[in-house]
Design a protein around this ligand. Structure first.
Ligand code: BEZ
Length: 213
């Protein structure tokens, strides 16, 4: 059974390029990203792990710990990381799980037999500090993911978990957000001192509440 939003992300122990880890211990109270790639020494995966490494500072700013996984061996991961660093001009600092027994791939349903019997697809899970699944995305092997989009969603998740707001289509940091339907306009006006723009009774905007201006 695949994991759904709101489910508890299963814990596991695994061998990684940073040593043996317990997933929950690794996450601590942080947010987490667990993402799989089909195979080491492949071109799209090389760019994906490189991009993630280049964005490491952005993930850290948002208190997000990153963990990659594929069914390749530790030896392969270690050799490939050198290639990633060389070709993508980065320094992969996050651990990569060597999931040779497919334990993690099975727990997180990362092998989709109609895509490939042997390799993990491009699965990505964002996990909150409460260890619940907040986002799942699945891409095919042929399409590299957009890690700026992952950061954008994390920013939305972190904002909306603290305020009674949601973010509209294509929202970016600094843009107006939507007042959730559960809050009446009367209450919204009290709750959001920066102002509430009522376009329709069900469509109300307010400036992003966690910014100074
Ligand atoms: C890649 O990362 O380039 C890739 C991996 C598996 C299948 C196709 C492409």
């Amino acid at each position: 059974m695949s994991l759904r939003l709101g489910d508890i992300a299963p814990n596991f122990q695994a061998k990684t390029t940073a040593g043996d880890i317990d997933f929950y211990e690794y996450l601590g109270n942080s947010w987490g990203i667990l993402f799989s790639h089909p195979a080491d020494y492949t071109p799209v995966c090389t760019t994906e792990l490189g991009k993630t490494a280049l964005l490491q500072g952005e993930f850290e700013k948002r208190n997000v710990k990153v963990l990659a996984v594929s069914v390749d061996s530790l030896d392969k991961h270690v050799g490939w990381v050198n290639d990633i660093n060389e070709t993508q001009n980065c320094n992969v600092g996050f651990p990569i799980i060597a999931d040779t027994d497919r334990n993690v791939a099975t727990l997180y349903d990362m092998i989709h037999p109609n895509a490939s019997e042997t390799f993990t697809v491009r699965s990505l899970f964002v996990i909150g500090p409460d260890k619940k699944v907040k986002l799942t995305i699945t891409y095919p092997a042929s399409t590299g993911r957009n890690f700026h989009e992952v950061l954008r969603v994390i920013e939305s998740l972190q904002l909306t978990s603290g305020y009674s707001v949601a973010t509209p289509a294509d929202w970016k940091h600094g843009e107006d957000v939507i007042v959730v339907p559960a809050v009446s306009t009367e209450d919204a006006i009290k709750k959001f001192p920066k102002g509430v723009q009522v376009v329709k009774p069900y469509l109300r905007y307010t400036p992003q509440p966690n910014l100074d201006k």
